[in-house]
Design a binder for this molecule. Structure first.
Ligand code: IPM
Ligand code: MG
Length: 364
C-alpha cells in the first residue's frame, strides 16, 4: 500500500474557490481512475480568512500547511481588503506562508502551448516553441528586508522605507536550485540582477558566479534586469532558465506569462530545502470576474501537475495531467482569456470537466 499523502487546500479569494474547485475535480478523478493516494483538507486563507477570523493567515491554516505534504493555493486579495493595515492584508498570508514554510525557491515555467499561439500578443515566430523557466528567490530581498515602514520625520514629512538585502547563503541556495535545473534542461542559465547600481545584487552576481564553478556543464550568463525585460519580449527563446531575485522575479514572471498568451495558463511551485512545496497559479484573484464561472482553471490544474512532479515525486501523474490539459486544448475548448476565432468558448467548470474527460480517456 502506498502511503497516503496529504494536501492542504487553500482556495482563498476571488476566483480562487472556482479554479481550485476544478483542480479538485481532477484530483478526484486521479483517485478514482488511477488509484492515486492523496487526501485533502481545506482551510481559509487571505481575505476569506480575515472575514471569518480577523487574520488572513489563521494559526489553524498555518498548522495545516505545515503538517501537510504539500499545499495547493488558489489566489488571495481583492478590493474589499485593500484599505486594511498591511499586516492584515490578504497578501500577507501568502508572504507568511512562504516565510514560515521556508519556500525560498519559486519555479515559474513559461511554456507556449502550440494551440494557443494565436492568443499571444506577440508574433508567432517570436514565441513558437517557447519553453523557459524562471527561478525566483522567494523569501528574501526587499519583500522581507528590514527596516521597512512609513515613518514621519521631525519636520512632519513622511518617508516610505524598504530594504533590499541579500545574505550570501540565501543567494547560494537558490543558485544551486537553478544550476541543477539548468543541468536537467538545455544547460543554459541566465542570472538577472541590477549589479550596475545595487550592491545587494552585485553580491548576487558574485555568489552566482562562484556557485557556477560547481556546474561546468551549465553555461552561465548575466543580464541587468532592464535589458532582461527587453530581451524577454524581443527574443524570449534565447532563455532556458532565468535565475533572479524576489522583486525582479515578480515582475519578469508576469512579463513571461504574457508570452504564452494568458497569465491564466501559468502554474508555479514554491519549494523548501527538502522539496516540500506550495503550488499556485501565478495569476491573482481577478475580483472583476469572480463568481461568474469565467476564469481559466488551467494554471491551477497545471500547478497540481507540478505538485505531483516536485513534491510527490510522481512524474507519471504529472505527465498525465499535462497531457489531459493538452488534450482539452486540442479539442478546441477555450476559456475567455485564451479564446480565438475558430475555437469554442467555455466556462471554468466546463474546462475542468473537459480535462477530467481527457483523463478518463487515458484510463480507458
Ligand atoms: C506573485 C504575486 C505576489 C508577489 C503578491 C500577491 C504578494 O504578485 O506571487 O507574483 O508579489 O509575490
Ligand atoms: Mg506577481
Amino acid at each position: 500500500m502506498p502511503t497516503t499523502k496529504k494536501i492542504a487546500v487553500l482556495p482563498g479569494d476571488g476566483i480562487g474557490p472556482e479554479i481550485v474547485g476544478e483542480a479538485l475535480k481532477v484530483l478526484d478523478c486521479l483517485r478514482q481512475e488511477f488509484g492515486v493516494a492523496v487526501e485533502i483538507e481545506e482551510a481559509l486563507v487571505g481575505g476569506a480568512a480575515y472575514d471569518a477570523t480577523g487574520h488572513p493567515l489563521p494559526q489553524e491554516t498555518l498548522a495545516l500547511a505545515k503538517a501537510a505534504d504539500a499545499v495547493l493555493l488558489g489566489a488571495v486579495g481583492g478590493p474589499k481588503w485593500e484599505s486594511l493595515d498591511y499586516a492584515l492584508r490578504p497578501e500577507r498570508a501568502l508572504l507568511g506562508l512562504r516565510a514560515e514554510l521556508n519556500l525560498f525557491a519559486n519555479l515559474r515555467p513559461a511554456v507556449l502551448h502550440p494551440q494557443l499561439i494565436q492568443a499571444s500578443t506577440l508574433k508567432p515566430e517570436v514565441i513558437e516553441g517557447l519553453d523557459l523557466i524562471i527561478v525566483r528567490e522567494l523569501t528574501g530581498d526587499v519583500y522581507f528586508g528590514k527596516p521597512r515602514g512609513i515613518r514621519t520625520l521631525e519636520n512632519g514629512e513622511r518617508v516610505g522605507i524598504n530594504t533590499m538585502i541579500y545574505h550570501e547563503a540565501e543567494i547560494r541556495r537558490i543558485a544551486h536550485v537553478a544550476f541543477k535545473l539548468a543541468g536537467q534542461r538545455k544547460g543554459k542559465l541566465c542570472s538577472v540582477d541590477k549589479a550596475n547600481v545595487l550592491e545587494s545584487t552585485e553580491l548576487w552576481r558574485q555568489v552566482v558566479s562562484e556557485v557556477g564553478r560547481d556546474y561546468p556543464e551549465v553555461a552561465l550568463t548575466h543580464l541587468y534586469v532592464d535589458n532582461a525585460a527587453m530581451q524577454l519580449v524581443r527574443a524570449p527563446k534565447q532563455f532556458d532558465v532565468i535565475l533572479t531575485t524576489n522583486l525582479f522575479g515578480d515582475i519578469l514572471s508576469d512579463c513571461a506569462a504574457m508570452l504564452t498568451g494568458s497569465i491564466g495558463m501559468l502554474p508555479s511551485a514554491s519549494l523548501n530545502e527538502s522539496g516540500k512545496g506550495m503550488y499556485e497559479p501565478i495569476h491573482g484573484s481577478a475580483p472583476d470576474i469572480a463568481g461568474q464561472n469565467l476564469a481559466n482553471p488551467l494554471a491551477t490544474i497545471l500547478s497540481l501537475a507540478m505538485l505531483f512532479r516536485y513534491t510527490l515525486n510522481d512524474e507519471a501523474t504529472a505527465v498525465r495531467i499535462e497531457r489531459a490539459v493538452d488534450g482539452a486544448l486540442n479539442a478546441g475548448v477555450r476559456t475567455a482569456d485564451i479564446y480565438s476565432p475558430g475555437t469554442r468558448k467555455v466556462s471554468t467548470s466546463e474546462m475542468g470537466d473537459r480535462v477530467v474527460a481527457q483523463l478518463r480517456a487515458q484510463a480507458a
